[in-house]
Each structure stands twice: as structure tokens, then as C-alpha cells.
Design a protein around this ligand. Sequence first.
Ligand code: SF4
Length: 384
Amino acid sequence: MDNSEPLAVYLHWPYCARICPYCDFNVHLDKRAGEAAALVDAMVADLRSWRVLTDERGIGSVHFGGGTPSLLSRPQLGALLGTIRELWDVPHRAEIALEANPNDITQARLDDWRAAGITRLSIGVQSFDDAVLTQLGRDHDGVRARDAIAQSVATIPSVSADLIFGVAGEGEGRLTRDLDTLLALGVQHISTYQLTVEPGTAFARAEARGADLAAGEHQSASDFEAIDARLSAAGFEHYEVSNFALPGHRSQHNLAYWRGRDYVGVGPGAHGRLWQGGVRLATETPLRPRDYIAAVDSEGTAMRTEPLSPTDAASEYVMMGLRTVEGISPERLSAIAGETRIIPDYLFKDGLLELISRSSGPQTVKATPRGRLLLDALTRAILI
Ligand code: SF4
């Protein structure tokens, strides 16, 4: 709503060295000569198109996601970051994050990333258990993951690791051992992922042939309770449904999404959001790299823009905001919806929502732990 709020920038690098059998992200193998170089040029062009839309803004965070952005070469990363710095004001305190595969992490690369201004690394570890990693089709082993994290923690100011749970048939105590290892290595942030079998993946085809890959809901729920208890005891804040952080290490980029702020999205399949003249604009781009490049070549941008209705914008704000311990502001909700919204009292009485009392500033409302399990229904009830 307010153009003085910092802008977040998401860049999607869609290539992976191989496609993991459970992955349903927008990922591609880099098989076409020259395509990756052309994609960097197209993303640079799209950043310039975004600058026309946003005008002058300060940047709060830049996030290289994927895919596997740790496959970006030093000149490619430099071209993208250099363009962002040229177009907007990137203050020293801005979070600049890169998702990395353990196999791509070497001391030389870490030094390059640090020199380029990367302040945060998000490492796709999932587990240190070789049997689980093999089952997941990952191309790193536990020793590589451990070494990669140790080097990262020593070089990059903030390090996050992904941890998977809900894996069928894993050995007794795997999750506890993985958590102990992550804590001993000193990561400051952990993102948890429940293994789910998504349509169209190799895992879905294997399950159709009778394989048992994802644990049942009961096992997954008890896995998650164990993670929550262990990390809370270690001083981590459970600040979003799936994310835990030591104080000062919350993901500023993801918080921008969850707070309903503006974000630039460039690269294949990237989405963006921008308030412009009181209207919430939504942008998206073609999924395939070659279509993205072709769109930039023919039209100057791969971005398609459409206005969201006030109801859809309000729904997004509630759905995202209730994922976090910060919750939502009823005032902001009314401003987004374009009319006064009263949050129904029974949602507080039923123990699904609670007020966050503050000594100053507007009141906010957050979901209770029980409410977080019913986010879809809660969102609908608030927006009726
Ligand atoms: S490395 Fe990550 S993004 Fe790439 S296929 Fe595997 S899970 Fe998907």
C-alpha cells in the first residue's frame, strides 16, 4: 500500500543438474547451447521493465531461487545483481540470499558469493542420512552436506538448511540425528518440508506402481511435533508454519511475501505483486526458459500483468499473514479490501485466532497453533 515499504526481488534460475523424483517446482535441464546466457540477458531486460513499473524504491531483499541458482556462474550472478544495484537503491543491510545445492558449495564459490554481496545461503540439505538421500534421488551424500554447511556457516552471515520429514520407511531416529547435526553445525535457520507425492512427478509414477514413499499423516504430524519441540528447546523461533529461526535470522524475503508487500518476480514462472494507484497488480511469466526468452525478444518483457480484485488481494493477505507469528493487521486488511472488515468474534472464542497486544502501533491478529492447522477455513471465515 505504501511505496516507502522496501521492495523484494525474486529471481528464478530454473536449471538443475538433475531433476529430483519428488520435485514439482518449475525446473529444467540446461541442455540447449546458449540458452542459459540468453536467459540472463532476458532477465536483465525484465528487471529494467520492472523498474519502469516500480519507479524509485529501496530494496529490502533479493532472493535467487530455483531450480538451482548455485549453478549461476560468477559473471551471470554479477550481471543480475549489478543490474539490480544500478536500477534501485540496495542498502548495506538488505538481505541478498541464494539457494544452493550442497554439491555446488566450495570455499572458492563461497568466497565469490560473499564478495558479490550474498548475505544468506539457503542450502537444500534435506537429510544427512545416505539411505534417505538415495530414496529422495538427491545427488549429494551426508558427508558432503555436512562439509558444505560447515564451510558456509564460517563464511556467510546467515545460513538456512532445508530439512525433509514424512519420509516412509526411514530408519529409527533419523530426524533426531539430522536435527542434532544441523544444530551442532550452527545453522541459524531451518525450513522444514513435508514429503508429499505431487502429480506428474517420478514419485507419483512410482506410487502408482505400488511404492510407499511418503509417510502417512499421523507419522508426519508426530515428526513435525518432534522438530518443533527440539528446535524450540534450542532457542529457535517457530515464526512461520514451516520455518524456524534464531533471533535476527528470519528470512526477510519470505516475510515480504507473508506481509503482503510488493515483490518483483523475474525468470521463468516467477510471480510478482505491486500496488499501483490503489490496485494490486499480479504479474507472471512463461514457465519454459525458451518461451521466456522468446517473449522478451518479441515484446521486450516476459511479464504479463493483471489487476487482482480487492477480494483476491485481501484473501492473499490473510492467507499469507496468518502463516506467521506476526499475523495480520485488521486496518491493513480493510484498506486492501476497500471496505471495513470486522473479524468475527467467534474465531477468537473458538481458540483459532488471538490478538497480539502491543504497547504502540495498530493491533494485529494471529492464528493460534490450532488455527494454523485450519488456515484455509480460517481465511474463508474472515473474508465472508
Ligand atoms: S535440486 Fe531442488 S529444485 Fe532441483 S530438482 Fe531437486 S528438489 Fe527440485
